[in-house]
Write a protein that binds this ligand. Structure first.
Ligand code: SAM
Length: 311
């Protein structure tokens, strides 16, 4: 189905049918879902409107939909086309400057909830290294309602997207986003340090799907020769910044969890464990602070003072 598919007179129902067919021919994984999302975004409609008024004509949305469909079948992810992505139930803005937040990264948020179940109301100090869109930081601030967070990214453009998302989620007064390289110049301590660093071995980037290779920023993907370069910087820095009783959670690529645990152990972290994602991949490495358990270790910092709701 080539050429123009949609005109101002095309009804929403006809457009949806065309679009599902077009996406099916392009072998998209879930053509029905993507077609509905694309149509709603182009027509600026809530999903219910497709059911409530299927015979309404597209009008001015026709040209937008045509553009969306062409870009999608040529390999651009829908999230980057419509500029939106849902993560942990939060509607986030995404752009070409940030990694498209992945469902498997929600495994890290689940691990934080489980391992810090008794600290849900604490005024935790959270550090997210490589904050990107802010997906992880926003999800953690959503779950830990009294937490305050610092997100760092070396990309100023990514940091700007994170700031927008933090504000849109209502967390502007509990979060700070900085531009910088990993933990350089970041004063601790932090109760929860998280990171989903770039972990693709450089040579593997060329064989990634086009959606990832051409539309996620290289800075968000390239983990150096063996994919582990960022962990060798982040984990020793995190060991210095983490508070007593603190928790470290990092995402790892498929097959990397063992190597990441070894780096964490060398940095002094204790009680190493992993969590699997829905595909069964060991996706998250968790570890406890190398510092003495108990007591409160405050060294100034970024205004993220720890006050326990249980104290
Ligand atoms: C895989 S993305 C993760 C983004 C986001 N946290 C998420 O989970 O969707 C890695 C992020 O690390 C950032 N990054 C790469 N090198 C960095 C560095 N030296 N210092 C800080 N951030 C860096 C990239 O710009 C990118 O936003």
């Amino acid at each position: 189905m080539n050429g123009t598919c949609f005109s101002a007179e095309t009804t929403r129902a006809e457009a949806l049918k065309h679009l599902v067919e077009k996406f099916r021919c392009a072998e998209l994984e879930d053509p029905g879902r993507e077609a509905r999302l694309a149509l709603c975004a182009a027509a600026r409609l809530p999903p219910a409107a497709l059911i409530a008024a299927p015979e309404a004509p597209l009008g001015a949305a026709a040209a937008r939909l045509e553009g969306f469909a062409t870009r999608r079948v040529s390999g651009e992810p829908l999230s980057k086309i419509v500029g939106r992505r849902e993560f942990w139930g939060l509607a986030l803005t995404v752009s070409r400057d940030v990694l498209d937040p992945r469902p498997e990264t929600e495994t890290l948020v689940e691990a934080a909830r489980a391992l810090f179940a008794d600290r849900r109301l604490d005024q935790l100090r959270v550090l997210d290294l490589g904050v990107g869109s802010g997906a992880l930081l926003c999800a953690l601030l959503h779950e830990f309602v009294n937490a305050r967070g610092l997100g760092v990214d070396v990309s100023a453009a990514a940091a700007e997207v994170a700031r927008r998302n933090v504000a849109a989620c209502g967390f502007a007064d509990r979060a700070e986003i900085r531009v910088g390289s990993w933990a350089d110049g970041v004063p601790g301590p932090f109760d929860l340090i998280v990171s989903n660093p770039p972990y693709i071995p450089t040579a593997d980037i060329e064989v990634l799907s086009r959606e990832v290779r051409d539309f996620d920023p290289r800075l968000a993907l390239d983990g150096g020769i063996d994919g582990l370069a960022a962990y060798r910087i982040i984990l020793p820095a995190a060991a210095r910044l983490i508070a007593p009783d603190g928790l470290l959670l990092v995402e790892a690529g498929a097959g990397q969890a063992g190597a990441v645990m070894a780096i964490a152990a060398k940095a002094g972290f204790l009680e190493l464990s992993t969590d699997r994602d829905l595909a069964g991949v060991e996706r998250v490495v968790a570890a406890r602070s190398p510092r003495t358990v108990g007591g409160c270790h405050l060294e100034g910092g970024v205004g993220l003072e720890r006050v326990s709701a249980h104290e």
